[in-house]
Design a protein around this ligand. Structure first.
Ligand SMILES: [Zn+2]
Ligand SMILES: [Zn+2]
Length: 110
């Protein structure tokens, strides 16, 4: 049923697993089987596909500041949503570069 593949290694990703990255303003999407694969992807390009997150993550104050540098964000932000079973855990970043830096450091559970 699922046709989601990792934007870096091409591995199939289950709907309730992995990570989805989105540049909402540009309607661009990427997916990752694991957080570590964000890093080489961001360094190499990054290569986005067209699309939007479905559903969109719930708007919350934490998504208004970069999870890496704390700068306030506008709608050019980059979102990263972790799919973990029924949970969707979103973080936001000012740039793909800060998403990369955050993922390099181990993300939320560093
Ligand atoms: Zn991968
Ligand atoms: Zn930042």
């Amino acid at each position: 049923m699922t046709d989601v593949r990792c934007s870096w290694c091409g591995a199939a990703i289950e709907p309730d697993d992995g990570y989805r990255a989105a540049e909402q303003a540009g309607e661009r999407l990427a997916a990752f089987c694991r957080l570590e694969h964000v890093v080489p992807w961001a360094i190499q390009g990054p290569h986005w596909g067209a699309g939007t997150l479905t559903p969109q993550p719930r708007e919350e104050p934490a998504l208004r500041a970069c999870a890496h540098c704390g700068e306030p964000l506008d709608d050019t932000r980059v979102l990263l949503v972790r799919h973990r079973g029924e949970y969707r855990i979103a973080d936001a970043f000012c740039t793909t570069d800060h998403l990369r830096a955050w993922a390099t450091a181990g993300g939320r559970w560093q």
